[in-house]
Write a protein that binds this ligand. Structure first.
Ligand code: ADP
Ligand code: MG
Length: 667
C-alpha cells in the first residue's frame, strides 16, 4: 500500500451550485436541453457578437464547457455556412476529431459525413455537403496545398491550441498570413485555460473571450514517500497504476497504448479473481488508435450499481470530456517525443508530465461534483521536479515533413517564418539537409520535381521517397504494403501477458500472408495479430495506391525478387543505417550505439548492416522495424550521401560470430 497525504484544496472558480450535470443527464432531458446546460450557452449571443466584431478571437474555457461541440454549431446556426462556405475546427488528435464530429452530428440530427464530418489522415468522412468539418490540425495544413488561401472556409477554429502540437503551431503562422489578405475570414483560437495571453499577443493583441468554468473542488493527494510504480502491478514502463477506489468513476492516465492495454488487462484480471466480492467494474481504454466503436463505449452511461474505470493517455486531459469522473489517478508521466538535432534522432520516451498537465488531469475529477486526485508522486516532486508547461512539440521533433510542406507552399525563407516559438536552428538546418539528401530540395534549397511529388503523399519524407523509388525498382505493390504497415507500426502484434510464449511462437511462424487467408479476422486471432491494425493498414494501403498516379508511379510487383523491395526501402531510409561493430550496433553517420529490439525476428541473426524505421528509447535506444541491407546498396541509392570509404569495414574478417546480449539478458 502507498500512503497518501492530502494537499491544500484546489478551489474551483465557483462554488458548486444546483444539481450536478450527470443528475440532469439522468433525467433524460432532450439533447437540446443538454446543450443549453453547457457553460458556453449563456454566452452564445455575446460570443457571436464578439466574433462578428473581430476577425481573430481567442476563446478560453475550461475543458467540457462546450467550445468544441457548440461554437461551430452556433456559427452554423448564425449563417456562417451560407453559400456553401465551410467551417473548419482542428483537433490535435484523430480520436477527438472523430468523436466530436460524431457527437455534433447527433446533436444536429444529421448523418455523420453529411453536414457534419471529420477528416483525418487516411480517413475522410466528409462529402460535398459537409459544412462543419472537424479535422486534425495536420489535415488542415494539407488543405493549404490545394487551397492556399482557404477560400472555401468562412471560419477556421484552431482548437486545443494549448496543446501546441507541431501542426497547430505551423497553422498559426499560415492562418495569420491568410487572415491579412482575407478580412472576411474569421479565426478562432480555442484553448483550455492556458497560454491565452501568448496567443493574443501573437495575433496582434486579439481579444480574449473567457467562458467562466463550472468546476467543483478537487482534493489533491500526494504520496507520502517517492513510490516505485512497478509494484503497482505492471512493470516495463515506469508509470504503473493499480488503484480502483470505492467511489464512482475513475480516470487513470498512462503513457501509451501498450501500457493502457496492459493496465486494463491487469484490472480485468483482478476483478475476475475478486468475483462477486466487489461491485461490477467496467474497465475501458482510450487512446489515439482505438477504433471508433471502442471509443464510443467510454461515453456510454454506466449501468446502475456498476463503476467505470477509464485508462487514458493524455487524450483525456483536455480533448475529450467523459462525464461523471470523480477520481483521477495520475502517475505523473506521459509519453513524449524528443529530438536530438545533433544526431538527428527522434525518440519516444516516458517523461514526467508538466505541472500544467498534472493540473488539467486533476481538473477532470471536478466536473460534476467534488472529486479527488491521487498523484503517485510526492508534493516535493510536484514542486521541484515537474516543469511548468510542456515544451511545444516544434522544439522537440524533426521538421522534415513540415519543411517540405512549407516549401511546397512557396515559403522559402523558413528562418523568418512567423513562429509562435521558433524551432531550434539546428533542427531546421538538419531538416533542410535531410531533404536535400533525399533529393527533395536542390542545392539552392528549392523544391525539386521529386520533392513536389513527395509532398503530395501524406507520409513522412523518407516513406514517400521510398514509395517514389519503388517505380525505379518496379515493386510498388510490395512497397505500398510496407508503407501501410509502417504507418500503423508497433500495433500489429498482440502479446498478451499470459500467452507470451504462444504469441512469440506464432510470430516466428509468421509466413502465411494475411491476404492468402482472405483478410480473415480469425487468422489474425489465431496468429496473435491485431485485426484492427491490419484493417487500418489495408485502408492506408488503398489510399496510398489511389495517390500513386499523381506521383507518376505505376503499380508493379517485384515478383518475388525482394532485393528490389529492400533497395527501394533503402532509397528512403538510407540515413537510418546501423552497422554491427565489435561493440554492437552503431549508426553509420553519428556513431550512436543502438540495439535491435529483442522482439525483432533479426535479433538472433544480428546482420552486419541494418536499416531501421525508428528509434525508441525505453531501457535502451532500440531500433524498431529493422531490415537487413548490403552496404553497396547505400552507394547505389545515395552516392551523394555516402562515400565508399565510410562503408568499408576494417574488422570484417575479425568479426566475432555474435555480438551483444541474448534476448533473455536484454529482457
Ligand atoms: P470543450 O471543447 O469546451 O472541452 P466539448 O464541446 O468537447 O467541450 O464538450 C461539451 C460537452 O459535450 C461535455 O459535457 C461532454 O461531456 C459532451 N460530449 C462531448 N463529446 C461527447 C460524446 N462523444 N458523447 C457524449 N457526450 C459528449
Ligand atoms: Mg474541446
Amino acid at each position: 500500500t502507498i500512503e497518501f497525504v492530502r494537499a491544500a484544496q484546489l478551489q474551483g472558480d465557483e462554488e458548486p451550485s444546483g444539481p450536478p450535470l450527470s443528475a440532469q443527464a439522468q433525467q433524460k432531458e432532450s439533447i437540446q436541453a443538454v446543450r443549453r446546460s453547457l457553460p458556453v450557452f449563456p454566452f452564445r449571443e455575446e460570443l457571436l457578437t464578439a466574433i462578428a466584431n473581430h476577425q481573430v478571437l481567442i476563446i478560453e474555457g475550461e475543458t467540457g464547457s462546450g467550445k468544441t461541440t457548440q461554437i461551430p454549431q452556433y456559427l452554423f446556426e448564425e449563417g456562417y455556412t451560407k453559400k456553401g462556405m465551410k467551417i473548419a475546427c482542428t483537433q490535435p488528435r484523430r480520436v477527438a476529431a472523430m468523436s466530436v464530429a460524431a457527437r455534433v452530428a447527433r446533436e444536429m440530427g444529421v448523418k455523420l459525413g453529411n453536414e457534419v464530418g471529420y477528416s483525418i489522415r487516411f480517413e475522410d468522412c466528409t462529402s460535398e455537403r459537409t459544412v462543419l468539418r472537424y479535422m486534425t490540425d495536420g489535415m488542415l495544413l494539407r488543405e493549404f496545398l490545394s487551397e492556399p488561401d482557404l477560400a472555401s472556409y468562412s471560419v477556421v477554429m484552431v482548437d486545443e491550441a494549448h496543446e501546441r502540437t507541431l501542426h497547430t503551431d505551423i497553422l498559426f503562422g499560415l492562418i495569420k498570413d491568410v487572415a491579412r489578405f482575407r478580412p472576411e475570414l474569421k479565426v478562432l483560437v480555442a484553448s483550455a485555460t492556458l497560454d491565452t495571453a501568448r496567443f493574443s499577443a501573437f495575433f496582434d493583441d486579439a481579444p480574449v473571450f473567457r467562458i467562466p468554468g463550472r468546476r467543483f473542488p478537487v482534493d489533491i493527494f500526494y504520496t507520502k514517500d517517492p513510490c516505485d510504480p512497478a509494484p503497482w502491478g505492471y512493470t516495463g514502463v515506469p508509470d504503473g497504476t493499480g488503484v480502483y477506489g470505492g467511489g464512482k468513476w475513475l480516470e487513470c492516465f498512462r503513457g501509451g497504448w501498450e501500457e493502457i492495454e496492459a493496465a486494463c488487462e491487469m484490472l480485468q484480471d483482478r476483478c475476475r479473481r475478486l468475483g462477486s466480492k466487489i461491485r461490477e467494474l467496467l474497465v475501458l481504454p482510450i487512446y489515439a488508435n482505438l477504433p471508433s466503436d471502442m471509443q464510443a463505449r467510454i461515453f456510454q452511461p454506466t449501468p446502475p450499481g456498476a463503476r467505470k474505470v477509464v485508462v487514458a493517455t493524455n487524450i483525456a486531459e483536455t480533448s475529450l470530456t467523459i462525464e461523471g469522473i470523480i477520481y483521477v489517478l495520475d502517475p505523473g508521466f506521459c509519453k513524449q517525443k524528443s529530438y536530438n538535432p545533433r544526431t538527428g534522432m527522434e525518440s519516444l520516451t516516458v517523461t514526467p508530465c508538466s505541472k500544467a498537465s498534472a493540473n488539467q488531469r486533476a481538473g477532470r475529477a471536478g466536473r460534476v461534483a467534488a472529486g479527488k486526485c491521487f498523484r503517485l508522486y510526492t508534493a516535493w516532486a510536484y514542486q521541484h521536479e515537474l516543469e511548468e508547461t510542456t515544451v511545444p512539440e516544434i522544439q522537440r521533433t524533426s521538421l522534415g515533413n513540415v519543411v517540405l510542406l512549407l516549401k511546397s507552399l512557396g515559403i522559402h525563407d523558413l528562418m523568418h517564418f512567423d513562429f509562435l516559438d521558433p524551432p531550434p536552428y539546428e533542427t531546421l538546418l538538419l531538416a533542410l539537409e535531410q531533404l536535400y539528401a533525399l533529393g527533395a530540395l536542390n542545392h539552392l534549397g528549392e523544391l525539386t520535381t521529386s520533392g513536389r511529388k513527395m509532398a503530395e503523399l501524406p507520409v513522412d519524407p523518407m516513406l514517400s521517397k521510398m514509395i517514389l523509388a519503388s517505380e525505379k525498382y518496379s515493386c510498388s505493390e510490395e512497397i505500398l504494403t510496407v508503407a501501410a504497415m509502417l504507418s500503423v507500426n508497433n500495433s500489429i502484434f498482440y502479446r498478451p501477458k499470459d500467452k507470451v510464449v504462444h504469441a512469440d511462437n506464432a510470430r516466428v511462424n509468421f509466413f502465411l500472408p494475411w491476404a492468402e487467408s482472405g483478410y480473415s479476422s480469425q487468422w489474425c486471432y489465431e496468429n496473435f495479430v491485431q485485426f484492427r491494425s491490419m484493417r487500418r493498414a489495408r485502408d492506408v494501403r488503398e489510399q496510398l495506391e489511389g495517390l500513386l498516379e499523381r506521383v507518376e508511379v505505376g503499380l508493379t510487383s517485384c515478383q518475388g525478387d525482394y532485393v528490389r523491395v529492400r533497395k527501394a526501402i533503402t532509397s528512403g531510409y538510407f540515413y537510418h543505417t546501423a552497422r554491427l561493430t565489435r561493440s554492437g550496433y552503431r549508426t553509420v553517420k553519428q556513431q550512436q550505439t543502438v540495439f535491435i529490439h529483442p522482439n525483432s525476428s533479426l535479433f538472433e541473426q544480428q546482420p552486419r548492416w541494418l536499416l531501421y524505421h525508428e528509434l525508441v528509447l525505453t531501457t535502451k535506444e532500440f531500433m524498431r522495424q529493422v531490415l537487413e541491407i548490403e552496404s553497396s546498396w547505400l552507394l547505389e541509392v545515395a552516392p551523394h550521401y555516402y562515400k565508399a570509404k565510410e562503408l568499408e569495414d576494417p574488422h570484417a574478417k575479425k568479426m566475432p560470430k555474435k555480438v551483444g546480449k541474448t534476448r533473455e539478458e536484454l529482457g
